[in-house]
Write a new protein. Structure first.
Length: 455
């Protein structure tokens, strides 16, 4: 019982607060509809008159025309006051059925009554009110027909009592008058059920279309937001890459150039080594800058066959990763600044995680060279954890103190934290109690990460 009641409530939208929006120019359309129904009713009355059925009519032509206008007129406001229009036309149908049968029984006026019920179920904003009103209307109409059927059955019995050939001789279930009323009852069942069902289905269809349109707008809006967010994230990524590349290599070039200047006279060989490092750092900076520029141009440089490869004939260099940390550390070492690397990682690290570790080491060592009096630093790579808790960690320690007058913009540390946040990792960045500075970054690994194969 509860399931059936639930389906009825869902079909008629009894608990739904959605309101169907009237279309543009709705009043002009409904005026045209009312006029067409009125003209159809006039044509029906004239056909009825031409067939000779007007001989027994007590009503003049103008009165019948006026009744037809009163019946079709409310359709002008059928979408504005749908329940009221349904009840007014139903009252018109009842009154015309008692007084002016030619008006009520015409095809056009039957269409008016049907259309009014349909409109009420299709456009009424208060679903409970329209459902109660329609149910009351249907019960009233069927109650009226039931009374007519009872009266007709009594009349048939009286006629049979005076008839020379009683009804039982013909073996009918009921008399001719009752049969006519019963036929009208069955026709009205189909009539009202179709009007109510079609109206409710129209409302449900409009609601589904409105929700689909709303969802499409939401998807479009969210797609735009995601696109904008992706653009912002890509800009931040490029900004981090530019900062890390430029800051690291410029710092290395400055330190190597200063070392070459100090030993140029006393030790030309060491000066030559320092200048060679300057040259290598500058070349590496240019290479990585070209890689970033290639990334920016990648979306617009496709081959004619749509393969997505750059058309300039040169493949971009891969982004540095965990395996490049050793070369990075070696490039930072100078006669006045020593860096030791302890690589304890025994698992395969994803490329994006390895790249973030590389950039962390690069930025941390660049900060030591620019802002610290340290003469040595230690870089430690380690992995740990089990299952979903596995991680890779890098720790950069130095033994120096802050150098006066070298405070930076803070963008490097900001970019470092952004990388950690992108991987849902953790970071510990700051001075140590025992002296020096610590940068420790831990990034999670997938559970499927495998151990490195030993040769």
């Amino acid at each position: 019982m509860r399931s059936t009641l639930g389906r009825v409530k869902q079909f008629f939208g009894l608990d739904d607060e959605w309101v169907r929006r009237r279309p543009d120019a709705w009043l002009r359309r409904d005026v045209l509809i009312a006029i067409l129904f009125f003209l159809g009713a006039l044509l029906g009355l004239e056909v009825w008159r031409a067939l000779g059925f007007s001989a027994d009519s007590l009503w003049p032509r103008w009165a019948l025309y006026l009744s037809a206008a009163i019946g079709a007129g409310p359709l002008v406001l059928r979408r504005r006051f749908p329940v009221t229009v349904m009840l007014v036309t139903a009252a018109h149908m009842f009154v015309m059925g008692l007084t002016q049968v030619p008006v009520m029984s015409s095809i056009a006026m039957q269409g008016v009554y049907f259309f009014a019920i349909f409109t009420a179920l299709a456009w009424a904003p208060d679903r409970k009110l329209v459902t109660l009103a329609a149910a009351g209307l249907v019960l009233f109409m069927f109650g009226w027909l039931s009374v007519q059927w009872s009266v007709a059955a009594m009349n048939d019995d009286l006629l049979d009592s005076y008839n020379a050939q009683p009804a039982k001789a013909r073996d009918p279930w009921f008399g001719a008058t009752a049969a006519a009323v019963l036929q009208g009852l069955m026709i009205n069942v189909l009539y009202f059920a179709t009007a109510v069902g079609a109206g409710a289905n129209s409302w449900r269809g409009a609601r589904a279309r409105a929700f689909a349109h709303q969802q499409a707008q939401t998807i479009t809006r969210q797609a735009g937001q995601l696109t904008e967010q992706a653009v912002v994230e890509e800009r931040l990524r490029i900004a981090r890459e530019l900062h890390d590349v430029v800051a690291h290599h410029v710092a290395a070039i400055g330190i190597q150039a200063a070392a070459a200047r100090k030993v140029m006279v006393k030790d030309p060989e060491r000066a030559t080594d320092s200048l060679s490092n300057v040259e290598a750092s500058s070349r590496e900076a240019v290479t990585q800058m070209r890689t970033l520029l290639g990334t920016l141009r990648a979306d617009g440089q496709h081959t004619a066959n749509g393969s997505g490869e750059p058309t300039n004939g040169a493949a971009r260099a891969p982004e540095p990763g965990l395996n490049d940390v050793a070369a990075l550390v070696a490039g930072v070492r100078t006669p006045t600044f020593d860096v030791r690397l302890d690589d304890l990682v025994d698992v395969d690290v994803p490329a994006n995680v390895g790249h973030s570790i590389y950039r962390t080491v690069q930025e941390a060592l660049a900060n030591v060279q620019r802002h610290s009096t340290a003469t040595a630093a230690t870089v430690t790579l380690r992995a740990g954890g089990e299952g979903n808790g596995r991680y890779v960690e890098v720790e950069v320690l130095d033994d120096g103190r802050p150098r006066a007058g070298t405070s930076g913009s803070g963008l490097g540390l900001l970019g470092m934290r952004e990388r950690v946040r992108a991987h849902h990792g953790s970071a510990e960045i700051g001075p140590r109690l025992t002296g020096g500075y610590r940068v420790r970054v831990r990034l999670p690994l997938a559970a499927s990460t495998r151990n490195k194969e030993t040769p």
